[in-house]
Design a protein around this ligand. Structure first.
Ligand SMILES: NC(=O)c1ccc[n+]([C@@H]2O[C@H](COP(=O)([O-])OP(=O)(O)OC[C@H]3O[C@@H](n4cnc5c(N)ncnc54)[C@H](O)[C@@H]3O)[C@@H](O)[C@H]2O)c1
Length: 393
């Protein structure tokens, strides 16, 4: 078990516990007498580890609320429902709200905790790889509003975040791949030797899964469960390493005035891709690996596509290299390809331009683009969307 802290100055304001098993969660919950758990209904039904957590919560007389997790339900209405439930159940200022689920549930339950009675304490047990390495760390909470993602929200740190790879045994493959993208993104920003280790692990997991499930015809769920058990130590080490990187950046720049912006690597493109995909739906030819169903594109897949575009943009910005595929772009896309993560963008820069201009990170007509120069070396550069479109043409 490892503990990583997030600091404000010298004061630890949030802790991240990384463990291979669930025992440590009970110890984390012990100091709190009034626990209100908000749990993704789907996870409660499908994840054996979360069933054990629910038993643990019942033993602690916690109140439990199951919620639906989808981008469509990530709204103020659902947050209001959570607040109404807290009110009906007499949650007071000494309450602890524990969110159990992926980024949708942690973002919504975190936001509800920030506004209910002007803020009650909250904690996270993230159940997707993406939320373990990204969404549950750093205190960004929020919901979608009109057609914009995460446009309403606040930054406030959870009491603790409990990271355990055991919950990943029931995670759908596509959602695991979404987390692969955010983890590789983290190590492109700060490597420490972890980027290649992660790329190798995801290559192994993907090829072992293909061999056992697709070639040998074994049950996919059983193969996945066995793979998660086999690789749980390496996964825990890499999850901890990614959490350390994010915790470090957030400790130095909690409110995203500077350094924290680099965590948005690929995200301006990703948000444009997700927004267009939602409006668009259907199938599209992406120019590389064939037809792609864009409607269901996941956040992580959009981030993978955004990272490949960011690598191309960086190369053209720094070296004016107009070649079709550059070295870093080729490396990143090959690693995503090997891990089975779709990473070729189905939209042209011109199609994305309108949405990128409305990016939350835009200031004075310019957007902060994070440009990867090499693995472990990124820089934030302010560019107009017109400049980006011209460079990517
Ligand atoms: N706050 C932040 O800093 C931050 C950072 C990145 C992403 N996000 C947000 O996170 C959201 C995406 O979150 P996500 O990718 O973690 O997933 P999610 O919450 O969208 O869940 C994905 C799917 O997996 C299911 N699921 C989750 N865990 C499972 C498990 N262990 N077993 C079986 N099924 C499981 C869910 O029910 C859901 O159907 C987006 O809304 C994004 O905006 C927030």
């Amino acid at each position: 078990m490892e503990q990583i802290n997030i600091y404000s100055g010298k004061k630890a304001i949030s802790r991240i516990v990384v463990a291979e098993g669930l025992q440590g969660l009970d110890a984390c919950l012990k100091p709190y007498r009034h626990i209100y758990a908000v749990i993704d209904r789907n996870v409660a039904e499908k994840c054996p580890a979360v069933s054990r957590v629910m038993k643990m919560l019942e033993d602690r007389q916690a109140r439990i609320r199951l919620v639906e997790a989808s981008e469509e339900s990530k709204t103020l209405e659902t947050v209001m429902d959570i607040c109404s439930w807290l009110l009906e159940n007499n949650a007071d200022r000494d309450a602890l709200v524990l969110a159990v689920g992926g980024g949708i549930v942690t973002d919504m339950a975190g936001f509800a905790s920030c506004i209910y009675k002007r803020g009650v304490r909250f904690a996270y047990m993230p159940t997707t790889l993406l939320s373990q390495v990204d969404a549950s760390i750093g205190g960004k909470t929020g919901v979608n509003f009109h057609k914009y993602k995460n446009i309403l929200g606040v930054i406030r740190q959870p009491e603790f975040t409990y990271l355990c790879p055991q919950v990943l045994e029931s995670l759908p493959l596509r959602d695991f791949h979404s987390g692969v993208a955010e983890m590789l993104k983290t190590f492109v920003i700060e490597d420490g030797g972890n980027y290649q280790k992660a790329a190798d692990l995801f290559f192994d997991i993907s090829s072992e899964f293909t061999l056992e499930a697709h070639i040998n015809g074994k049950d996919e769920g059983q193969v996945w469960k066995a793979l998660m058990a086999k690789h749980k130590r390496t996964l825990a080490e890499l999850i901890a390493a990614a959490a350390r990187v994010k915790a470090g950046v957030v400790s130095r720049d909690q409110f995203e005035r500077g350094e924290r912006r680099k965590l948005n690597l690929g995200h301006t493109f990703a948000h444009a891709i997700e927004t267009l995909a939602q409006q668009d739906g259907g199938e599209r030819f992406n120019g590389h690996d064939g037809i792609q169903d864009v409607k269901g594109v996941t956040h992580g897949e959009a981030v993978a596509m955004g990272m490949v575009l960011a690598a191309r943009l960086a190369d053209r910005y720094y070296r004016s290299d107009r070649s079709e595929t550059t070295e870093l772009e080729a490396k990143i896309s090959a690693d995503f390809w090997d891990a089975d993560v779709p990473c070729y963008c189905p939209y042209t820069p011109e199609e994305m331009a309108g949405i990128m201009k409305k990016d939350k990170k835009a200031e004075g007509g310019k957007v902060h683009f994070v440009l990867p120069k090499a693995i472990g070396d990124v820089e934030t550069v302010d560019l107009t969307v017109e400049e980006v479109v011209a460079l990517l043409k």
